[in-house]
Design a binder for this molecule. Structure first.
Ligand code: FUL
Length: 475
């Protein structure tokens, strides 16, 4: 039995801000890690790399965007400056940038070309700006570095169109003898809110939460309402990478608590916030391109499995594809993205629920189960307050082989469902359990062995408060 903690009512009042909801709806977006490391074969540059080495001779951001779109990816976050401090745009505040490289004879601007290619391809654009800078002599000098950082941030926030994400890494390798910078986070956040009010501030920031690992691991029960006090940038930094140690990316669950959102876990917290999970993982072992990893690109099967567990498990998928020394995505990576997209398109091409009859054992008199046929937050299904269970019956137009069911909660009104079971009626009238689970949140994708059926029953058996669903799909 659950405790008497008032969580059921209290917790559902937390819901996504408009900017969070927009990013959650993107579901699947990409990272591109590109800098001097691409040319030195390192993962963490030390800040002393000569600008001359940055020379992608066949750079083509359109090739990146086309490859991303083939996988159904909706946005791209570029490492405009990684820990080495080299800027992919001609920043006015440092000489350590593309302007002193041979790339386009010092006249190039990778950030501009990538942002414009995204706009042309109709996908969103976001920026990664590493707070840790191993090149800048001001690093560790308090306000002087904050000024520098804010000047660069302002360039990125004002010169490259609308951004969906400003991604602040928690990683920092400065040890006890290093130069320690106490970042003025509140100042950075205020600047972003002023100049890009629709952008989410991710990871070392208040809008999007790091899932806690870099190896594609996910939680079975992923909640979006969490205690606020555990998620300061300092906490994120404490769990992030502190040395250039490749094993970090292989780590399974060490830095990833399994339960961040159950009622028991939340009880007694001072405050809560809507803080949805994002899973960042690379298509290759490294975040940057290394020719030696050309035969270690994740298989389409592995990528699709990660996609199911993230997008279909109330997390967002941030998949890194590192451009190579030419400035192109490698052929193998391009092929994998295409395979992923083809699989997803094929699997979810026909939603059998569209022509089905969808009813429920109860509703609140206004929000009937028929609304579940449309994937939109304009309409939803809801029971009366106080009714925390519901049975939804989906009667298909004809018997079909069903392998997937998708459920979405109406998250503009919070995350509520704690337990569900799905049944399908077999030839002999017997109801077979096809899957049972816990959280739903933004989206739950259930994949199971094919059942031949024309009746599916979704049973919500526990919810923090009356369940509200916006969509059910059958494939
Ligand atoms: C980590 C960084 O140290 C890696 O290089 C990479 O940028 C990854 C996304 O975050 O913490």
């Amino acid at each position: 039995m659950y405790s008497t903690f008032e969580s059921d009512k209290k917790l559902v009042k937390y819901h996504p801000s408009a900017r969070q909801l927009e990013v959650e709806k993107m579901e699947f977006y990409a990272f591109a890690h590109f800098t001097v490391n691409t040319f030195t074969d390192l993962e963490w540059g030390n800040g002393t790399e000569p600008e001359e080495i940055f020379n992608p001779t066949e750079f083509d951001a359109n090739q990146w965007v086309n490859a991303l779109k083939s996988a159904g990816i909706k946005g791209l976050i570029l490492t405009c400056k990684h820990h080495d401090g080299f800027c992919l745009w001609p920043s006015a505040y440092t000489e350590h940038s593309v302007k002193n490289s041979p790339f386009k004879h010092g006249k190039g601007d990778v950030v501009r070309e990538v942002s414009e290619a995204c706009a042309r391809g109709n996908i969103k654009f976001g920026v990664y700006l590493s707070p840790w800078d191993r090149n800048c002599p001001l690093y560790g000098q308090g306000k002087a570095y904050d000024d520098y950082f804010c000047s660069q941030l302002t360039e990125l926030l004002t010169q490259y169109g609308e951004l969906f994400s400003v991604w602040f890494d928690g990683a920092c390798g400065e040890g006890p003898n290093g130069k320690r910078q106490i970042y003025d986070w509140e100042r950075y956040y205020a600047l972003i809110r002023k100049l890009q009010p629709n952008a989410c501030i991710s990871i070392s920031g208040p809008d999007i939460r790091w899932c806690g690992n870099e190896s594609g691991q996910t939680r079975e029960s992923e909640w979006s309402v969490l205690p606020t006090e555990f998620y300061t940038p300092e906490e994120v930094a404490a769990n992030s990478q502190k040395s250039d140690d490749t094993s970090f990316r292989e780590k399974k669950v060490d830095c990833m608590a399994r339960d961040l959102g159950s009622r028991e876990f939340l009880e007694g917290a001072k405050d809560y916030r809507w803080y949805p999970s994002e899973t960042d993982v690379s298509i290759r072992p490294g975040w940057f391109y290394h020719a030696s990893e050309d035969d270690r690109v994740r298989s389409a099967e592995n990528l699709i499995d990660i996609w199911y567990r993230t997008v279909g498990g109330n997390s967002m998928l941030l998949l890194n594809i590192p451009p190579d020394r030419r400035g192109l995505f490698h052929e193998t990576d391009v092929q994998r993205l295409r395979e992923m997209g083809e699989y997803i398109d094929r699997t979810f091409a026909v939603n059998l629920a569209e022509n089905a009859t969808v009813t429920s054992d109860k509703d609140d008199g206004y929000h009937t189960a028929d609304a579940l046929k449309t994937d939109s937050y304009d309409e939803y299904f809801k029971t009366f307050d106080g009714e925390n269970t519901a049975e939804i019956l989906i009667e298909l137009a004809k018997k079909s082989d069903v392998t997937h069911i998708v459920m979405k909660e109406h998250i503009p009104m919070g995350q509520r469902i704690e337990k569900y079971t799905v049944y399908a009626e077999l030839e002999n009238g017997v109801w077979k359990t096809v899957e049972s689970g816990t959280t739903v949140g933004y989206k739950r994708i259930m994949k199971f062995d094919s059942v031949h059926t024309d009746k599916i029953r979704i049973s919500i058996t526990d919810s923090r408060i009356c369940p509200i669903l916006s969509f059910v799909g059958v494939y």
